[in-house]
Design a binder for this molecule. Structure first.
Ligand code: TEU
Ligand code: CA
Length: 550
């Protein structure tokens, strides 16, 4: 890719904010937009270039905003449209763009479109959704399951039909086969684009091509037609970032979404590195330890698949995933070292890195003991279904404490004050009790903090084109302890080495990697010379930049 024509998001680092849990400005225990504005200097100091805001729109909050009842109104508990416009302006003065979460696979059942559609089979909005008669013998039209448990069909008594919902029954799917629905969505998107946003993250966008009668949910036959139409009708020609959440994506389909001549998206979120540690039958609720060899294989596959076209997103966590350091690191023994190692390995890959709120200070999973502490609708639904299936509550809670979404939704830990400085009120979900020693204030006063390491890595991306465009090559692919890769651009080579274990180890690198260079990142002592054997400490990670001959 010619650096002269490269888009801004090639060198950018994106920070994800889950508004409900980031910063509460008015003491109601719920994060809000003024609270985010109060923290912009912190984010500017971190060096991020844009903020992906999880939904801020009017919503009954059945799924914490991923169930929208007015696409052009801010949820009252988060603030007002004026607050939003002020956030955009204040972020922009700090060189930070605002990326909105576009949730258009489904709306809330409280959206006026759905309320009108329920009023009569002749409603002009009836076909904005998918309605079907009961199956011939009665019951659901077919056996498509909801992602959140149960059937993907709910019966609407007054009009005698089922409606389709891939998530909860309070999140009716929108019917993208209807051109009027699509135009309504495009009008809404342009309305937000005209308010100066920097992009969209597109919620489960691989599902909008669904064809329920044929049992098709992800990557339907018209999906890319819709995305190219959306591009043409809205953001095409604007200098914005678009990232699609696509749980079904493969390296091949990733090129369809993000190929430079596809006129669809900038990039996608793929989840293969996440689901490779899920149980084949019980999914994330039956946790399995991740396997480094498998993880390296997946990350490497995606680096190579999008090496010449398309573009990778890079992330360990988000609002749906467990905390990175709990999932892949070692909170008890090597919290700081393992969090820094994970950041090093991810941020020196090719692609756009995403930092999930709190990841930069090493926030961890929680350990809830009763189901009442959990707030996530998916977790609560699955808990009910697991108990109905005869599983023990404790067994379910143990799984939810490893992979449940609430792990990422406990409030941001700002200080060691009560509730971690998140709120002066009573938080909507419990703050992780480790806020007393894991918090922003403590991190800012520690030059060796995880935060300082993230700030350094984010800065490196702007200094070294080899990090942005270097060709990826892995080494020791079958080694179960070490992750070793290089990035090469022109006469520069960056060697990245990481010990993914809590055991020290002797690393033996091939001759071609026995080199001398500038150590541009480390989490123990700097390493600038690699010989035939290198002793690595637990979770040690470093990067050495060599120019010209080694
Ligand atoms: O997530 C898609 C989704 O299905 C994830 O919730 C994930 O598959 C699940 O947690 C795995 O168990 C998006 C949003 O990120 C999520 O927060 C929403 O709940 C969901 O869509 C519906 O909008
Ligand atoms: Ca608030």
């Amino acid at each position: 890719m010619n650096a002269a024509k490269s888009p801004w998001w090639h060198t950018a680092t994106i920070y994800q904010i889950y508004p409900r849990s980031f910063s509460d400005s008015n003491g109601d225990g719920i994060g809000d937009i003024p609270g985010i504005i109060n923290r912009l200097d912190y984010l500017a100091d971190l060096g991020i270039n844009a903020i992906w805001l999880s939904p801020i729109y009017k919503s009954p909050m059945d799924d914490n905003g991923y169930d929208i009842s007015d696409y052009q109104e801010v949820a009252a508990e988060y603030g007002t449209l004026e607050d939003f416009d002020y956030l955009v302006a204040e972020a922009n003065t700090r060189g930070i763009g605002i990326i909105l979460d576009l949730v258009v696979n489904h709306s809330s059942d409280e959206h006026p479109w759905f309320i009108d559609a329920c009023g009569s089979r002749d409603s002009k909005y009836r076909d904005f959704y998918t309605w079907r008669d009961p199956a011939p013998g009665g019951g659901v039209p077919n056996d498509i399951p909801s992602v959140f448990g149960g059937a993907a069909w709910s019966f609407h008594e007054p009009t005698g039909q089922y409606y389709f919902h891939q998530f909860t029954r309070r999140q009716p799917d929108l019917n993208w086969q209807n051109p009027e629905l699509r135009e309504s969505i495009y009008r809404m998107m342009n309305w937000w684009l005209d308010r100066g946003i920097a992009g969209f993250r597109m919620d489960v966008i691989d599902l909008i091509g669904k064809e329920p009668d044929r049992g098709i949910t992800a990557e339907g036959p018209h999906l890319h037609t819709y995305l190219q139409e959306m591009h043409a009708r809205t953001y095409g020609g604007r200098d914005i970032l678009t990232v699609g959440e696509t749980w079904s994506a493969t390296p091949n389909s990733a090129l369809l979404y993000s190929g430079r001549n596809r006129n669809e998206l900038s990039m996608i979120f793929q989840f293969e590195h996440v689901t490779q540690a899920w149980h084949p039958i019980h999914g994330k609720w039956q946790p399995m330890d991740f396997d480094l060899v498998a993880l390296k294989e997946v990350l490497g596959k995606w680096q190579l698949a999008l090496a010449e076209d398309g573009w990778n997103s890079l992330f360990w966590g988000n609002h749906d995933l467990p905390r990175a350091v709990s999932k892949y690191g070692d909170v008890s023994g090597y919290h700081k070292q393992s969090a820094k190692m994970l950041a090093t390995v991810l941020h020196l890959l090719k692609g756009t890195p995403y930092v999930y709120q709190g990841e930069e200070i090493g926030m961890t999973n929680v350990s809830f003991t009763s189901i009442e502490q959990f707030k996530d609708v998916e977790t609560l639904n699955m808990h009910r279904l697991h108990l109905e299936a005869g599983l023990s509550a404790n067994e379910f809670i143990a799984g939810a404490n490893v992979n449940g979404r609430d792990n990422a939704r406990t409030p941001m830990q700002w200080t060691q004050a009560e509730h971690g400085g998140f709120t002066t009120g009573s938080p909507w979900i419990e703050v992780n009790p480790n806020y007393r020693h894991i918090n922003v204030e403590a991190s800012l006063s520690d030059s060796q903090s995880i935060l300082a390491h993230y700030r350094h890595l984010i800065g490196l991306r702007n200094q070294h084109p080899v990090i942005v465009y270097g060709r990826y090559q892995s080494f020791l692919d079958q080694d179960p302890q070490f992750f070793v890769y290089t990035r090469t651009l022109n006469d520069q080579m960056l060697l990245v080495v990481a010990n993914f274990s809590n055991k020290p180890g002797m690393l033996e690198l091939p001759d071609e990697l026995q080199l001398q260079g500038e150590c541009i990142s480390y989490n123990y002592d700097p390493v600038d010379h690699i010989g035939p054997q290198t002793e690595l400490q637990p979770y040690e990670a470093f990067a050495v930049l060599c120019r010209g001959n080694k």
